[in-house]
Design a protein around this ligand. Structure first.
Ligand code: DX5
Ligand code: ZN
Length: 214
């Protein structure tokens, strides 16, 4: 069975105890951190201070998902705070090539995220430059939504086009939707509610990863 990487989404953590929450998911592969500006998505989340504060506490790769209408001025800020991977949304990129260049210039790995209705064809010219593509399986803005299976078709296309690219799915990933994701060829599973609201997050991570016999 293919081993997938697991990226717990901090948005579902207990914000009154973030340090301890990060300790609970120490055996994951990435920490997925959602940054929202109240414009591109109808919600606000956290800023670079949270990332810097957690950087000293965790050795996971920080996978920073920028849901910002104007991401360019923030690339360096988030890299400086401790981001390892920085992804911006295709829907708000006037010049995706310039954003990718800025992310790489900062020393981070570059990713692009796409909303459920955005055609994957828009990404094709950039695939060779990217470390990761995030296929949203919910409308971005909130955790705890139900996975929409339609966008998983995009995962198949991306893996056909670019087998070495990491393809991540974000939104509604849990034990029930895991098989759909695996069959589509997903490499990285973002899961907020499923992991942070579980009694035993390590067990959940092992289950999703596929390395356990639960
Ligand atoms: C939504 C965020 C997701 C969210 C996923 O805009 O990008 O990362 O936290 O949460 P769950 O796993 O609860 O759907
Ligand atoms: Zn996200």
């Amino acid at each position: 069975m293919k081993r997938m990487y697991v990226a717990p989404s901090l948005l579902a953590a207990d914000f009154s105890n973030l340090g301890r929450e990060v300790d609970r998911i120490a055996q994951a592969d990435f920490l997925h951190i959602d940054i929202m500006d109240g414009r591109f998505v109808p919600n606000l989340s956290m800023g670079p201070q949270v990332i810097s504060a957690l950087r000293g506490r965790s050795e996971l790769l920080f996978d920073v998902h920028l849901m910002l209408e104007h991401p360019l001025p923030y690339v360096e800020v988030f890299r400086h705070a401790g981001a390892d991977v920085i992804s911006f949304h295709m829907e708000c990129a006037d010049d995706p090539g310039a954003l990718i260049a800025a992310i790489k210039q900062s020393g981070a790995k570059a990713g692009i995220a796409v909303k459920p209705a955005t055609p994957v064809e828009r990404l094709l010219p950039y695939l060779g430059e990217l470390y990761m593509v995030t296929v949203m399986t919910v409308e971005p803005g909130f955790g705890g939504q139900k996975l929409m299976p339609g966008p998983l078709e995009k995962v198949k296309k991306l893996k056909e086009q670019s087998p070495g690219l990491l393809v991540e799915v974000d939104g509604g990933v849990n034990r029930e939707t895991l098989a759909l994701c695996r069959d589509a060829g997903v490499d990285v599973l973002v899961a907020g509610t499923a992991i942070f609201r579980a009694e035993n997050p390590s067990e959940e991570i092992a289950f999703l990863r596929g390395s356990s016999s639960f």
